[in-house]
Design a binder for this molecule. Structure first.
Ligand SMILES: [Fe+2]
Ligand SMILES: [Fe+2]
Length: 240
């Protein structure tokens, strides 16, 4: 029932993925890459804005790169899993569609963000595409419980990862406040977006457990290997 309630809440973006990815870079200012002079000029009427260091901007660049890669992988996992899961368990069709639709929305969001901030996508893109499709297909073949265990494992790592990013930006916000400054609007929006997506990922984790992810055979090796793979992919995509 939680899934249906979430379905009703869900707003589905309509712009095509590819266009979002290619088009917006020319339309927006890279606010978090703005210089102190530009910030002072554009925001002279409000509280002074917190100016990010080079390391902080690099942190955001790598966060956006990882998040976009992760959301791409999530859409591909569900694309490969759904037909197999739904064939033997038709009642799961709305849930699988709901989770896929949310992942597609997350991917659109990060496609827009990396274009807007001119962040280089991961060079591992084709590898992650193949790996995610294989992971979705193979857990789908193993059955409903294994497919749900895959979601449980992925969302455990992704939820933790979003939490780390959120904690980092909150630390910057505390630093800004201690100096009588505030985060620029771009960064506040980004923080809100990360929190919303983190909550949706944790909702997927709940759905997976409610749908017997813990019954997967063999549960421990399966979940552990997927979690290890996620952590490795995150580490690599931060840099490459
Ligand atoms: Fe997602
Ligand atoms: Fe998810």
């Amino acid at each position: 029932m939680k899934a249906f309630a979430a379905l009703q809440r869900y707003h589905r973006p309509t712009a095509p993925l590819l266009l979002d990815f290619l088009a917006p870079s020319a339309l927006h200012i890279r606010q978090y890459h703005a210089t102190p002079a530009r910030l002072a000029e554009s925001q002279s009427n409000s509280k002074p804005k917190y100016v990010l260091s080079k390391e902080q901007r690099e942190f955001l660049d790598s966060a956006l790169r990882v998040n976009q890669a992760g959301e791409l992988a999530a859409t591909l996992i569900y694309t490969a899993q759904t037909p197999q899961v739904v064939r033997s368990h038709p009642h799961l069709r709305p849930l699988m569609k709901h989770m896929y639709d949310q992942e597609a929305g997350h991917l659109r969001t990060f496609n827009q963000m990396i274009a807007k901030h001119r962040v280089r996508p991961t060079a591992m893109y084709p590898i992650w595409e193949a790996a995610a499709t294989f992971l979705g297909w193979s857990t789908g073949v193993m059955g409903r419980e294994a497919a749900m265990a895959c979601t449980e494992a992925v969302e455990t790592e992704i939820g933790t990862h979003y939490n780390e990013q959120i904690r980092e930006i909150l630390a910057w916000e505390a630093d800004a406040h201690s100096r009588g400054e505030e985060l620029d609007d771009e960064l506040k929006d980004m923080l809100a977006t990360f929190r919303r997506i983190r909550d949706e990922e944790l909702e997927h984790l709940d759905h997976a457990v409610e749908n017997d992810s813990k019954e997967a055979q063999p549960y421990d090796p399966l979940v552990n290997v997927i979690r290890l793979g996620c952590r490795a992919a995150i580490k690599i995509s931060e840099r490459v």
